[in-house]
Design a protein around this ligand. Structure first.
Ligand code: NAD
Length: 330
């Protein structure tokens, strides 16, 4: 058992979070994460409508009695998104934990707070973490440059970003980006965080609702197999390096690219096809550098149990063994 401010505040067994992942965070994965004693998030925008989100929340409740939350990511999209309606569906479903990401969540906080919802804001810079605490968020998930999806534009890796955030933020802090095993968890705690977030690692689990080919690509991948796209649009995204990301990068490198020049390549619809059909070159799909640390496809429970067991061994044996015994006890 590792008890932290985060596990206590959110009523979970282990200091491990499965953050929002577009087209991955659905009932099968989130309920398996919850049953393993970690905190899973349904990704609101993976559902085609707020009504579908309401149904997915109910479906997840039918699969687990443990706490889980809803992720609401606010970033540029090809089609307008009715964010307020997704937030309302979340509130009306009685959800008590929300992860916001991508943009300032201030406009949603009064509604969430009135409903007794605890909000974890995921962000990629210390200044945004400080701001989130100021406006009333309950916890921060700080996302280093290693992460899948959107790392922001500052390019600060976790080894620096996490302790910088821990120095400035008073509410519980979750370390995100590059985490996939017990070494990461112990490092996160040592850096001042109260737990860790894993995304890509949870994609390579039996319960993740994506094609086996994608999971095997993650197992085969090294830490060098991701690519950054959308840099020129200041909406940087880290994705699995494939034929489509190569094409997007070459269009961006030619200069003056707009979203209209690449939207036929990058649409979420194509990325969804890749994850569903196993044709991993069908579109872009998010993956983090942690792919280099993924070597198997366990169940969520096997993964979480292994991490907690190995973390205890690192703390109790490896780290404790580095301290010389006090004089007189030898
Ligand atoms: P989409 O099909 O609308 O867009 C595909 C990609 O293009 C997204 O990454 C989006 O941010 C980007 N994009 C769209 N319009 C843009 C613009 N005008 N300028 C710059 N970039 C633009 O999105 P989707 O794949 O259906 O995803 C829905 C939401 O989930 C988006 O907000 C997306 O960013 C987010 N998302 C998050 C993650 C993550 O890891 N957290 C991963 C994938 C998608």
């Amino acid at each position: 058992m590792i008890s932290t401010r985060f596990t206590e505040l959110f009523g979970i067994e282990h200091p491990i979070v499965q953050g929002g992942m577009q087209n991955v965070g659905v009932a099968e994965l989130v309920s398996a994460v919850a049953d393993a004693g970690a905190l899973g998030f349904l990704t609101a925008l993976t559902q085609p409508s707020p009504e579908a989100l309401t149904r997915e929340i109910a479906r997840t409740r039918g699969m687990t009695d443990r706490p889980f939350g809803v992720n609401l990511t606010i970033l540029p999209t090809l089609k307008p998104i009715p964010y307020a309606e997704y937030a309302q569906a979340t509130v009306e479903s009685g959800i008590k934990i929300v992860e916001t990401a991508g943009n300032n969540p201030q406009r949603f906080l009064p509604g969430f707070k009135a409903a007794g919802i605890k909000v974890i804001h995921k962000c990629t810079s210390v200044r945004h973490a400080v701001k989130a605490e100021t406006i009333g968020c309950d916890a921060i998930s700080i996302d280093g440059f290693e992460c899948a999806g959107h790392p922001g534009e500052d390019d600060i890796p976790g080894l620096v970003l996490i302790p910088c955030a821990a120095d400035r933020v008073g509410i519980p802090l979750i370390a995100s980006g590059g985490f996939g095993d017990a070494r990461g968890l112990v490092a996160a705690l040592a850096l001042g965080a109260d737990g860790m977030n894993m995304g890509t690692r949870f994609m390579a689990t039996r319960e993740a609702p994506i094609h086996e080919n994608v999971k095997q690509q993650l197992v085969a991948a090294t830490e060098r197999d991701t690519a950054l796209i959308f840099r020129s649009l200041r909406n940087t995204a880290r994705v699995f390096s494939n034929a489509v990301s190569d094409e997007v990068r070459s269009i961006e490198a030619a200069g003056n690219a707009t979203i209209d020049d690449i939207k036929h390549l990058v649409s979420g619809e194509r990325g969804k096809q890749a994850l569903e059909t196993g044709d991993t070159d069908a579109g872009i799909w998010s993956a983090g550098m942690v792919a280099g640390l993924i070597h198997d496809v366990p169940t969520c429970r096997e993964l979480v149990d292994r991490i907690m067991r190995e973390a205890a061994a690192i703390i109790d044996a490896r780290l404790a063994g580095m301290r010389p015994a006090p004089a007189g006890i030898r």
